[in-house]
Design a protein around this ligand. Sequence first.
Ligand SMILES: [Zn+2]
Ligand SMILES: [Zn+2]
Length: 375
Amino acid sequence: MYAIKRGFFRLMRRIEDKFSSCCTYFQLFIFAIRSVSFNSFSSKNALFDAAMEPVFWTVDKVAKYLGPMFVVMVTCLTTSVVLIYYFYVLPYYIGDEVGFVVFFLVIYGHWLLVNIIFNYYKGVRTLPGSPPLFTSEVGAVTICKRCIAPKPPRTHHCSVCNKCVLKMDHHCPWLNNCVGHFNHRYFLQFCVFMLMGTLFVSISVWPLFKEEFFDIEKTYANFLRYLAPIKGVANAVKAENNKNPEHSIINNMVKEKESTFHKVIIYEFFLTFSVTIALGILTCWHVYLISRGETSIERYINNEERKRLKKVGVVYKNPYSFGFVENFRIFLGLTNKRTFWRHILFPSSHVPIEDGIVWSIHQDNLRTNNGFKHV
Ligand SMILES: [Zn+2]
Ligand SMILES: [Zn+2]
C-alpha cells in the first residue's frame, strides 16, 4: 500500500514538473515571438496616431493654405474697424463731448493702435527659432524623428512648418507663423493690446449702438425702406418725388447716410464685442500658462507627467517654473536694463533673455521629480 502511494506521488510530481517545464517553454515561445515582432510603434498611441494621420495631414495642409488668408482677414477687419472709428465714432464724440474725453480717446486709441500694428507685424515676421544643426552646440536631449536632427529641451516639431521650433507653443493660423521662443512675447502682447483695443472700441461705440439698435422708430423706418420695392410702395415714393423732387432727393440722401451709419455702427459693435469675448478667453488662457512657466504643448506633457507621478504620491513640479512674477519677467525678457514701462508698454524689438537652446532649471523642482525616478 505504501509503495503504491509513493509511486502515485512520484508520478504526480513528474507530471507537475513536465507541466511547469511546458509552461516555461510556452512562455519562452511567447517571449521569442514578442521579441522578434516588437517595435516601438506597436503601442496604442502609435496606432491611434497612424489611424489619425490622414486627418492630421489634412488639418496641416488646410492650416498652411489658410494662413495667408487669415493674415489678410485680420488686416482688413482691423482696418475697417479703425476707419469706421475715424469717420463715424470720433465725429460723434467731437460734436457731443468735452475736449478732455476726445483728447483721451485719441491718445489712448492711437497708443493701442501703434502697439497692435507693431506686435502683429513682429509676430508674423519674426521666426520663432530653430535648433542649430551641430550637436555640440545644442547639447540635445532627443532626436527629432522627422528632421533626423538634435532636439534641445522644450523644442517640438511643427508639422505645418515642417521644422523643429524652439520652445514651441503652437502654430497660429492668425499669424501664419509658429509661436515659439523668439516671437512668443509678440504674440501675447498682440493678444493683450488687441483685446484692449476691441474692448475700447466696443465701449465707446456702445452709446451709438444703443441708439441705432434699440431705436424702434429708426428700425421701423429702415424696415419700411427695404419693403418699399416689394410692396409696390415704390410707385407712391415715385409720385412723391415728382411732386417735390428737390426735397425728396435731399430726404433720400439723409436717409441713405443714416442707413450707412446704422449699418457700420452695428457692424463695429458686434465685431469688436464678439472678438473681445473670444480673444479674452484665449488671452486669459495664455496668461495663465505663462504664469506657470508652461507652453501649450508642455501643458499637455506636464499633465501626463502629473498623472503618472500622482499614482506614486509625488506632486509633479514644472522645472521651468520660477514663480508667477519671475516667470513673467523671463517671458517678457526684462533684464536690469530693460523696464516694463519702456519695453512692454511701447514697441520694442528686444530679444528674450535665454537663447532657447540651454534653459535655466529650477533645481528644487527637478529634484522633486527626479526623486521619484531613483526610487
Ligand atoms: Zn523636427
Ligand atoms: Zn508651425
